[in-house]
Ligand binder design. Structure first.
Ligand SMILES: [Zn+2]
Length: 332
């Protein structure tokens, strides 16, 4: 048993309380490799933003859960080296799908876990979430749960259709489970293809897809029922068209990739939403930068020469999100 506190990590309780009262949101960035982690920590340290490092099932399969945990421990020390005296970094399990996975993360030093039982019948979601909360809270590890189902594909989490969160369930669910934060479904979606062309309208000038707006009425209802309770948005990448264009220009093929417009995320961050998950946007930045190097310098074979520019591009994305979308800069 390793406590995250020994590693210099923090849980999400205090950062969420401050974000809710301050009208901003904490960035939750997924990482699978060194360059992503460096870019996240460089951006958070430069902007003094609390940050949540997320590890998904796909990341655990790809990079190994133990190795990622040690990388997060290293990230705390790296942040200090960069001049961030008291880094506020949480290490969070994204979409834990069983008690056993959540327990193993708690036991090895994660400061926060998500139990995603949202695909199960309501009472089973309550029971499994409660079991994880009871275990995690013994060690002061915070727990995110989910009500409602997001559409889209993220690693091995996928669903064809979304089911919006039912506001009439949220009080009962949070009371019975004791969870610390709640992920809801109000129209965000996992992946880089969040909406089909049929769900969107097309901008007559640019020809680009314009996605349907988020269900802010549902968010408002949930906020009214749970005043001050931390709400989480998954699937909240904006899929910047500059990166989609770069990818397509340099030999890629991503037609009609579309995300959540940033002004909608800004509006959500100013409300009860205090954690916003962003993964696809850094993937796009990385892919665009790597493709550009390969197209312009076909003889290049030193990975540092293409992963380096990719890291710099991701850092730009993270700083932009922190400063211009979530408003978490200067809060740590
Ligand atoms: Zn998610």
């Amino acid at each position: 048993m390793i406590s995250y506190k020994e590693l210099g990590l923090v849980n999400t309780r205090e950062m969420f309380a401050k974000a809710v009262s301050g009208g901003y949101a904490i960035p939750a960035f997924n990482f699978n490799n060194l360059e992503q982690l460096q870019a996240i920590i460089q951006a958070a340290a430069a902007q003094k933003s609390p940050v949540i490092l997320q590890v998904s099932k796909g990341a655990r399969n790809y990079a190994n859960q133990t190795l990622l945990r040690y990388m997060a421990e290293g990230a705390v020390e790296y942040a200090k080296e960069l001049g961030w005296e008291k880094p506020q970094i949480a290490l969070h399990l994204d979409h834990g799908d069983s008690f056993e996975v959540c327990k193993s993360c708690v036991d090895m030093g994660f400061s926060s876990v998500m139990i995603d039982a949202s695909h199960l019948p309501y009472e089973e979601n309550v029971a499994l979430t409660k079991k994880v909360v009871e275990y995690a809270h013994q060690f002061d590890v915070t727990v995110e749960a989910e009500l409602g189902v997001l559409a889209g594909v993220e690693d091995e989490v996928s669903s064809e259709v979304s089911h919006y969160t039912r506001p009439e369930e949220v009080i009962d669910f949070t009371t019975k489970t004791g969870c610390d934060s709640l992920a809801i479904s109000i129209g965000t979606s996992h992946g880089a293809y969040k909406f089909t062309a049929e769900q969107c309208t097309r901008d007559p000038k640019t020809g680009l897809l314009v996605p349907p707006p988020l269900a802010f009425d549902i968010l408002k209802e949930i906020e009214n029922k749970l005043p001050g309770f931390p709400i989480v948005l998954h699937g909240s990448s904006s899929v910047p068209q500059e990166y989609v264009e770069m990818i397509n220009t340099y030999g890629g093929k991503m037609p009609d990739a579309v995300g959540i417009p940033e002004e909608q995320l800004r509006k959500a961050a100013a409300s009860a939403v205090c954690k916003i998950n962003i993964d696809s946007d850094s993937r796009l930045a990385m892919t665009a930068a790597v493709r550009k190097v390969f197209a312009e310098k076909p003889g290049e074979f030193d990975p540092r020469k293409y992963l380096g520019p990719a890291r710099d591009e991701m850092k730009k994305v993270y700083e932009h999100k922190i400063c211009n979308v979530l408003g978490s800069n200067g809060k740590a």
